[in-house]
Design a protein around this ligand. Structure first.
Ligand code: FRU
Length: 501
């Protein structure tokens, strides 16, 4: 087994561990989400190393403990038995070697046959280029540990520019996501782009998780979805192959893709003999405002579960330095593929957190109503909305939450346009940033199902059993906990609501 005597934890990592332990106490628990993993202190971005090890889920994350803004990347670490209640462990990685001195970027984890936990991550180091400029060069590196302490591999980095196919960028070569194949060997996908910045996903193989070899370009963007592709993931699900990635700098395309850094899901077929992926369908993964950098795990019970960073790169650096923390993950979501589409639903573990049920059936109304027992900021609520019997199609339905006299955030549906919209314009934001996002949905004659999960500072809306999902953060005063319903026209609605405890 792993022998902790044989290596020393660096001073850089020791400092981070000391700092996070001391500073964590200065942040009020009430000011953090309840069941979404958020940073221990400082800053969090991408989920990393999502794995099931020694009887618990491990979730690491891109971490800058010293500031609530992005900085030299460490790996934060937390564990959970149910994917909802997380316990922090000491920071796992710090930028403390020549090859990762400018950051330990995103990566993944597998369990080795001898029981050790192997992390494969991107090391970043700024190097002088032949033209005199300084650029970040990215390589893939290994750390092996026991679930708490990780030792960086002596022969790091294990993949460098020399392993790249012709014409690929050594500056954008990051975010390895590994898996073990049925024959015991390993593969990983890594985000990359061509020298002129067009995204591609590279496939590498390894007999032991340590020695890696380039195999092929698994998917190339060819100018379609944004530019550099970050955080790829690849897996088989329900008889299909699924490629998830986070393209930077996207242009909007109708209601499917929005401006900025977004998420992309390609669904297709896969020939395992030749590692050939043939694309059949494409879609955004999430249609809200704050969602990026997905990572999945194959849970011991066979579920494919995804988490993502619940933020948006274009807006996440606008908060004041005084804000003690920034960054949380989405709710872990169970994935499935039906009719060429990715479906998501909150992990079933959430049901164990449901308090007393509040149910209102066949509520017919126009204009605004409130319902008894329906309020709060930690809520799991399913709404089924349809036109009232005998009345014309309604124009608009909306549910407003995190609401008081000053604030509200809403999710609305316009059946004539088939559009669901999340709107946080009145959430307390004082910045000229994106406050709304829209999505085209399916419905039959104005009937729609919306499952809405609130956890203090976020709203995740699962439309029609997870056919579309919209995720957004809202940093609204916790006192605003009203929920109300609005209809332009006459609707009939069923509500099943639980407080989450
Ligand atoms: C995605 C990303 C990754 C990178 C990490 C750095 O959000 O840019 O590509 O590894 O964040 O923190």
């Amino acid at each position: 087994m792993f022998d902790m005597e044989v290596f020393m934890i660096s001073q850089t990592l020791r400092d981070a561990r000391k700092y996070e332990e001391a500073m964590e106490r200065t942040i009020e628990k009430e000011q953090k989400p309840d069941f979404h993993l958020c940073t221990r202190v400082g800053w969090m971005n991408d989920p990393n190393g999502f794995s099931y090890y020694k009887g618990e889920y491990h979730l690491f994350y891109q971490y800058h403990p010293y500031d609530s803004h992005w900085g030299p990347m460490h790996w934060g670490h937390a564990v959970s038995a149910d994917l909802l209640h997380w316990r922090y462990l000491p920071a796992a990685l710090a930028p403390d070697r020549e090859y990762d001195r400018d950051g330990c970027f995103s990566g993944s984890a597998v369990i080795l046959p001898d029981g050790r936990h192997l992390l494969l991550y991107t090391g970043v180091s700024r190097e002088a280029q032949p033209d005199g400029s300084m650029r970040d060069v990215q390589t893939q590196c290994i750390a092996i540990g026991d679930g708490v302490d990780y030792e960086k591999y002596a022969a790091n980095p294990v993949l460098t520019k020399d392993d790249l196919p012709e014409g690929s960028s050594k500056f954008d070569f990051r975010d390895p996501k590994m898996w073990q194949k049925p024959d015991g060997s390993y593969q990983c996908v890594v985000g990359n782009c061509t020298e002129d910045g067009d995204g591609q996903v590279l496939l590498f193989g390894s007999p032991n998780g340590i020695d890696w070899k380039y195999e092929k370009i698994l998917v190339a963007n060819r100018g379609r979805y944004g530019r550099m592709w970050e955080c790829p993931d690849f897996f088989l699900l329900d008889g299909k192959a699924v490629l998830l990635t986070s393209p930077m700098d996207m242009l909007p395309h109708e209601f499917e893709y929005h401006n900025g850094n977004g998420t992309l899901c390609l669904i297709g077929s896969y020939d395992e003999e030749t590692d050939t992926f043939v694309e059949e369908h494409n879609q955004a993964v999430d249609y809200g405002i704050d969602f990026y950098a997905t990572q999945t795990i194959l849970a011991p019970d066979g579920r494919r579960i995804m988490v993502a960073w619940m933020q948006n790169w274009d807006t996440c650096n606008l908060h004041t330095p005084a804000q003690p923390w920034l960054g949380q993950m989405t709710l872990p979501r169970e994935l499935s593929v039906k009719n060429g589409r990715l479906y998501q639903k909150p992990v079933r573990e959430l049901e164990a957190m449901q308090g007393e049920e509040v149910r209102h059936e066949k509520v017919t109304f126009t204009d605004v109503i409130r319902l008894s027992g329906v309020e709060g900021r930690k809520v799991d609520m399913e709404l089924t909305v349809r036109p009232a019997d005998g009345s014309d199609m309604y124009h608009k339905f909306a549910v407003r939450f995190a609401q008081n006299d000053t604030y509200q955030t809403s999710v609305s549906f316009r059946p004539h346009e088939s559009v669901v919209k999340v709107d946080r314009k009145f959430s307390g934001s004082r910045r000229a940033i994106i406050h709304q996002r829209r999505c085209l949905v399916n419905h039959k004659d104005g009937t729609i199902k919306l499952r809405i999960i609130l956890d203090k500072f976020s709203v995740e809306t699962f439309v029609n059993d997870g056919e579309h999902v919209l995720t957004a953060t809202m940093y609204t005063d916790l006192e605003a906990e009203g929920i109300s319903f609005f209809a332009d026209g006459e609707v009939t609605m069923d509500v099943v609501k639980y407080e989450l405890i």
